[in-house]
Design a protein around this ligand. Structure first.
Ligand SMILES: Nc1nc2c(c(=O)[nH]1)N[C@H]1C(S)=C(S)[C@@H](COP(=O)(O)OP(=O)(O)OC[C@H]3O[C@@H](n4cnc5c(=O)[nH]c(N)nc54)[C@H](O)[C@@H]3O)O[C@H]1N2
Ligand SMILES: Nc1nc2c(c(=O)[nH]1)N[C@H]1C(S)=C(S)[C@@H](COP(=O)(O)OP(=O)(O)OC[C@H]3O[C@@H](n4cnc5c(=O)[nH]c(N)nc54)[C@H](O)[C@@H]3O)O[C@H]1N2
Ligand code: SF4
Ligand SMILES: [Mo]
Length: 731
């Protein structure tokens, strides 16, 4: 892809909006003409929910037809533009396979057969089982696995009921190790959006972090701004990613050896004294120990581990130090890779500390959010047991509930948890190795509820499936993220819910009232909650329905003042290069490098990630995005293709180290993957029979991840330690 194409990514996809109505059954051009001209268009503000970057948008409708979705020009976060997927949100509304009625499982055990139920009956069943669990075992024995902004409704219900076991895959399958590593070093993690000041950077370092394929809208644009401003781009990736194609330095690292590279970079910066000496004495804890520790980790040593030439390691270290603090060392996002992920994040945080980029222009800015009060409801009861009781003995520094710990305690007759709520997360494709556990859970738990918009894999395991309407048909909690310019954004319904689908807030309130928790839902509807909140910050629902976004002036500076000595929220108040907290918990106080397992003879690293057209496993059945990318391809290096006699465009099955085979998947032979690795876009290979478009297309990376590398510090599920070989098959 040319650089110009890359910059234009988001405008090039505007045309995808045109596909939506045609898929909804319009016969062009007469029907199209009609749709374009009458009745007059209405605009309703929303916040995109196709991924969690939360861009503010406008939904354009004509009567009860959805026309298109465009970026909200008032939004400083998305700068008025949506990405491919956000524009394709039209397909989330028109998806012919949407869940439109509640379902109750009639199959026994793990049998996935369902009957349509009325809302009354479905809610009564949930209420009856929740009441029984509370009476017989205690409400703390109910857990919830949730994701996305709407999760707040279910979390509120479950907390009011008396449980704090509420986990998101955003921790143990995504950002957890990164945030833990930075938290241990700086006393603070990263939020979403990440506070990288790429537009002002002179040097940008990406470790993995495949921006451009990872299509977090404004992040792609600030990265592009950095490129346009001639920042030096350094990309560390075993694969020739889109970002690598923009880089001055592409370091094609041997998979899993990043800590070695980071230690060598730190070695060079300390050995050549490339850091700000003033900063070092004032703000660092443990510099001497660090210097002694990294003395042995020379670029020559790292070359043996990473395959990156010593001269390149020196040159890149000098480059990032020369322009610091205007250097963005991107902290990454999906960081559950090799099991030593918190330590990799620590190594990155230490390097960021030495470069002095925290709170500096061109490095990491200091984010701010709006002080938006919550709607007053009674205090939650204190749970009899907490998620911490089950988690900390295994993962002592887990700062948030861990999905896998909950699931490990949610199957079998003697399981701690007796009931499970699942909202907006498709566990079978999200948590490696979970299908067997879910089958057991479906047999043994008193209740599994899934709230979803489509008959995704997870719904097959539920006793009760509750159909939520799409984000285009509902109110949700206001967007209020920590970012550059504090702002709030409104998601309001642009269309009535299709079928009998209902908003999450309604579902939570209905269940709450049926189990005696009505006082936690003292409002008539969610408009009332939002309007109350908005009035506390000087606006109202009526005003926000017009604008969609309100930007607030910052109350604190975005960067530290020159010469300022900040205090960090660590035990010492300093940047902790040496972590006593880790040491006291029995871990390495300085990041240790462990050589990853190499693939066995005839096997290849299973590498995976994103494509710009899709989000996780949630968009493959979206008719608009399906058209843009109906299946994933497995990238195979020409040497491997030759060895196995595999042709470009043919189909193969991937078979992992434990003999587990994937669906058939089409081959792309390319030098963009390393000779020792294959590449697969996550989210394909759906098995749910109700997803007519997505079912059976491409291969599911999760199903091949039978070897999980747990992070002993915080419980993350490292996914990169799996290997595959090929079985020829298919047409
Ligand atoms: N289009 C789209 N964009 C998305 C999403 C989506 O679903 N769709 N999801 C969003 C979310 S929640 C997340 S968390 C992010 C995920 O996106 P990222 O945070 O960017 O994910 P990573 O795993 O860091 O990046 C994958 C890259 O790491 C490389 N890699 C593999 N192994 C190694 C290794 O050992 N070392 C190094 N240095 N690199 C390696 C791969 O080749 C690949 O290019 O994307 C976000 N953006
Ligand atoms: N193998 C593998 N596993 C991964 C990753 C990977 O790259 N490979 N990536 C990891 C990362 S970084 C992340 S963040 C997680 C993401 O993991 P998840 O959050 O589980 O993401 P999805 O797979 O999109 O599943 C979303 C589910 O919510 C449903 N849904 C969509 N919209 C709505 C809605 O408006 N309301 C409700 N109630 N439901 C809705 C969808 O139908 C789907 O069932 O996955 C992690 N797991
Ligand atoms: S990045 Fe794209 S999919 Fe994600 S919220 Fe923004 S427009 Fe929607
Ligand atoms: Mo993620």
């Amino acid at each position: 892809m040319q650089r110009r194409d890359f910059i234009r990514l988001s405008s090039a996809v505007a045309s995808t909006a045109l596909l939506g109505p045609s898929l909804a059954g319009c016969s062009q051009p007469a029907e199209w003409q009609r749709l374009m001209t009458e009745p007059p268009a209405t605009e309703t503000p929303t916040v995109c929910n196709i991924c969690f970057w939360s861009c503010a948008a406008k939904v354009h409708t004509r009567g009860e037809r959805l026309w298109k979705i465009t970026g909200n020009p008032e939004d400083s976060h998305c700068e008025g533009r949506l990405c491919t997927r956000g524009t394709g949100g039209v397909g989330a509304y028109y998806d012919p396979n949407r869940l439109l009625k509640p379902l109750v499982r009639v199959g026994k055990g793990a049998d996935q057969r369902f009957e349509v139920a009325s809302w009354d009956n479905a809610l009564a069943l949930v209420a009856e089982r929740m009441t029984r669990i509370a009476r017989e075992h205690g409400p703390d024995r109910m857990a919830a696995l949730v994701h996305g902004p709407g999760a707040a409704h279910i979390s509120h219900l479950v907390r009011a009921y008396g449980s704090d076991s509420i986990a998101e895959p955003a921790f143990a399958q995504c950002r957890g190790p990164r945030d833990t590593g930075f938290y241990l070093t700086f006393g603070q993690g990263f939020g979403s959006p990440e506070q990288t000041d790429m537009a002002n950077a002179r040097c940008i370092v990406l470790i993995g972090t495949h921006i451009g394929e990872n299509l977090h809208n404004s992040q792609v644009r600030t990265f592009t701004d950095g490129i346009r401003n001639d920042a030096t781009i350094i990309v560390v990736d075993p694969r020739f990613s889109v970002a690598a194609s923009k880089a001055r330095y592409w370091l094609q690292i041997r998979p899993g050896t990043d800590i070695a590279l980071l230690l060598a970079w730190i070695h060079v910066i300390l050995a050549e004294q490339l850091y700000d000496a003033d900063d070092v004495s004032r703000t660092f804890l443990g510099l001497d120990s660090l210097a002694a520790y990294v003395a042995a980790f020379t670029p020559e040593w790292a070359y043996g581990e990473t395959g990156i030439e010593p001269q390149q390691i020196r040159e890149t270290a000098r480059t990032m130090a020369a322009v610091a603090p205007a250097t963005v060392l991107h902290p990454g996002r999906h960081s559950t890779w090799w099991g030593d992920d918190t330590q990799r994040a620590r190594a990155m945080a230490i390097l960021a500390g030495l470069l002095g980029i925290w709170g500096r222009k061109g490095g990491y800015y200091l984010p701010e959010k709006v002080a938006l009060p919550g709607y007053p409801t009674p205090a939650y009861p204190k749970p009899k047991s907490s998620w911490r009781d089950l988690t900390l003995p295994h993962f002592p520094l887990a700062g948030a509930p861990v999905t896998n710990v909950i699931m490990d305690n949610a199957y079998g007759k003697d399981a701690h948890y007796k009931g499970l709520f699942v909202y907006d997360t498709n566990l079978p494709m999200t948590m490696p190795g979970i299908r067997r556990i879910l089958e057991e859970a479906a047999r043994s738990l008193d209740l599994i509820v899934a709230v979803d918009v489509q008959p995704a894999e997870i719904t097959g395991y539920a006793d009760v499936v509750l159909p939520e309407c799409s984000y285009l048909e509902r109110y949700d909690p206001l967007r209020n993220n920590d970012e550059r310019e504090p702002s709030i954004a409104l998601r309001a319904p642009a269309l009535p819910p299709r079928g009998e689908s209902k908003p999450g807030w309604w579902i939570a309130k209905q269940i709450g009232e049926r189990i005696g928790l009505g006082t936690y839902f003292p409002w008539k509807d969610y408009q009332e909650v939002i309007d109350w909140q908005l009035r506390q910050v000087g606006t109202s629902l009526a005003e926000m329905r017009k604008t969609g976004v309100k930007i607030f002036p910052r109350k604190t500076p975005i960067y530290y003042a020159p010469g300022e000595t900040p205090t960090f929220d660590t035990p010492s108040g300093k940047i902790e290069l040496y972590s006593k907290t880790l040491e006291d918990a029995g871990f390495d106080a300085l990041p240790r490098y462990t050589r990853p397992k190499a693939p066995p003879e005839g096997f290849y690293h299973l590498n995976y990630g994103r494509a710009p057209q899709h989000s996780f496993s949630r968009t493959q059945n979206n008719p608009v995005l399906y058209q843009l990318m109906p299946e994933n391809l497995v990238w195979i290096h020409p040497t491997a293709a030759r060895r196995f006699g595999i042709r470009n465009g043919s189909y193969v099955e991937l078979v992992n180290q434990d003999g587990i085979a994937s669906n058939k998947v089409r081959v792309r032979v390319t030098e963009r993957t390393r000779p020792d690795s294959v590449w697969l876009v996550h989210g394909f290979g759906h098995t749910a029979p109700g997803l007519f478009l997505a079912h059976g297309n491409g291969a599911d990376d999760s199903s091949l991840m039978t070897r999980v590398l747990y992070d002993p510090i915080m419980g993350g599920t490292g996914m990169r330690g799996n290997f595959v070989t090929f079985r020829k098959g298919g047409a």
